[in-house]
Write a protein that binds this ligand. Structure first.
Ligand code: SAH
Length: 456
């Protein structure tokens, strides 16, 4: 039995030492872990225990007794309310250090691997205005239109005038919508009753081509004052290349529906990663931080160490961005992905870039990869970029059987990465180095690129 040194409702003094996966502060009393929202490393806080579980407790700050030297005033006045950023109140250099530490400690604790070189996190020179995609819920409060983000863990809308992590043009788009909806009293969607018209505003901006897409998500086909919306947007923001209405009739948390109607201009915009060209439509998946994506993919390319003769397999390939990024320097690339629309985009993007040495397969990696192996596919290099839950064991075993010299593992969750690196180690692949890349400054997300080589 673990000795629980705390009681619910009682107050304790605690030194915060780390942050958790959602950005919450973590401290310990007699070795027992306590999660404290809003606490940041080196804060000394008086907390009240709100919940005690078997292996951890939750605490709430009553008073900050000593402020951490890393505590800063967030650039955004709504940072503590809005669920978008979790750690804007931590100095950016410290954010990068915390992310690196998380990776190192997960690799030691979960991966049980020694001598793995974890590099300093590659951060942004200017860690603001980096997101190329924004999704704003639309609602009403106090008789005014609210457009913004959800408050952390709720569906309450925090109305915003300026978001520091989105492309700056979004502030203007939001302002135009607030004006038009208020003036014309266009009914906004009510999640509780399922009534109303406008549900969300979604924007996509290309930092490379300058193109802007605005998507208005409505409950039904009806969109009053359509012409006024289009003319105000295009007059106010000439770089808008595409305005689309997306219809989502369902009572669901999923933002977009299947049906799209182009109200103005093109049905897609163009974006680039390096010199690769991509067509982005409202429903396409695309990396949201284009600056750091390039840095991440350059790292993948470096670790893959291609000479032009390699057969490469890219598992969990999405719209094929990594596959295509590497295809120019490989003999042949095979991509595997479970979402049909993504595979369609991947094929289209290959054609758009005149890359003929890439083949994409639709299906679950854990089913498709073993099938391809049985048909005789072997690889010189395998790249994997799984979702947060990491790779299926089946996938890891198939990778080892394909017998590549190198495996490049791109991960968005250090704990599952560490678990999988351990399995790959047992299967004959040694983790040499791990490079954390800060894809999402001011959030607790940690992205990594790892290099593994076959043990001889
Ligand atoms: N490599 C891509 C996308 C990686 S995100 C890029 O850099 O843009 C992870 C991808 O894995 C998503 O596209 C998701 O649809 C896909 N995925 C999730 N589970 C999967 C499975 N079991 N088999 C194949 N693909 C899967």
């Amino acid at each position: 039995m673990v000795n629980i040194p705390l009681e619910e409702g009682k107050k304790y003094i605690l030194r915060i030492k780390d942050i958790g996966e959602s950005g919450e502060g973590i401290g310990k009393i007699e070795g027992f872990t306590i999660f404290v929202r809003g606490g940041i490393p080196e804060d000394k806080v008086l907390i009240e225990i709100t919940k005690v579980k078997k292996n951890y407790a939750l605490g709430q700050i009553v008073e900050i007794k000593e402020k951490s030297p890393y505590r800063i005033d967030p650039a955004c006045p709504l940072a503590h309310e809005c669920g978008g950023c979790q750690i804007q109140n931590i100095d950016y250099t410290k954010q990068l250090e915390l992310k690196k530490n998380r990776v190192s400690s997960d690799i030691e604790r979960i991966g049980k691997l020694e001598n793995v070189l974890v590099h300093d996190t590659l951060g942004m020179d200017n860690p603001f205005n980096y997101r190329n995609k924004a999704q704003f819920p639309v609602g009403i409060g106090g008789g005014k239109t609210l457009i913004g983000f959800y408050k952390q863990g709720t569906h309450e809308i925090v109305s915003i005038d300026e978001c520091k992590i989105q492309h700056g043009i979004n502030d203007k788009i939001v302002e135009i919508f607030k004006e038009i909806i208020d003036k014309n009293k266009i009914p906004v969607y009510d999640e509780k009753t399922g009534r109303g018209i406008i549900r969300h505003i979604l924007t996509r901006v290309s930092y490379t081509s300058g193109d802007i897409m605005v998507v208005i998500i409505t409950k039904g086909k009806e969109l009053p004052f359509k012409d006024e919306i289009v003319s105000k947007l295009t007059q106010g923001i000439p770089k808008i290349k595409s305005i689309i209405q997306n219809i989502n009739p369902k009572k669901t948390n999923v933002v977009m529906g299947r049906e799209c109607k182009t109200l103005h201009g093109e049905d897609k915009i163009i974006d680039y990663i390096g010199d690769l060209k991509f067509e982005i439509s409202p429903l396409s998946f695309f990396q949201v931080n284009p600056f750091q994506t390039k840095i991440l993919y350059d790292k993948v390319l470096e670790y893959a160490k291609l000479t032009g003769n390699e057969t490469l397999v890219d598992i969990y390939c999405g719209i094929g961005t990594i596959s295509l990024f590497l295809a120019k320097q490989a003999k042949k690339v095979y991509g595997i992905e479970v979402i049909e629309a993504a595979i369609e985009d991947a094929k289209k993007n290959a054609r758009l870039n005149n890359l003929n040495n890439v083949e994409f397969f639709l299906g679950k990696a854990e089913e498709v990869a073993p099938k391809l192996y049985k048909k005789g596919l072997r690889a010189d290099v395998v790249v994997v970029d799984p979702p947060r839950k990491g790779c299926d064991r089946e996938v890891l075993e198939t990778i080892a059987m394909m017998n590549p010299k190198r495996v490049v593992y791109v991960s968005c969750k250090p704990s599952t990465l560490a678990r999988d690196l351990k399995i790959l180690d047992e299967l004959g692949y040694k983790t040499i180095e791990v490079q954390p890349v800060d894809m999402f400054p001011h959030t607790a997300h940690v992205e990594c690129c790892s290099l593994l080589t076959r043990k001889e």
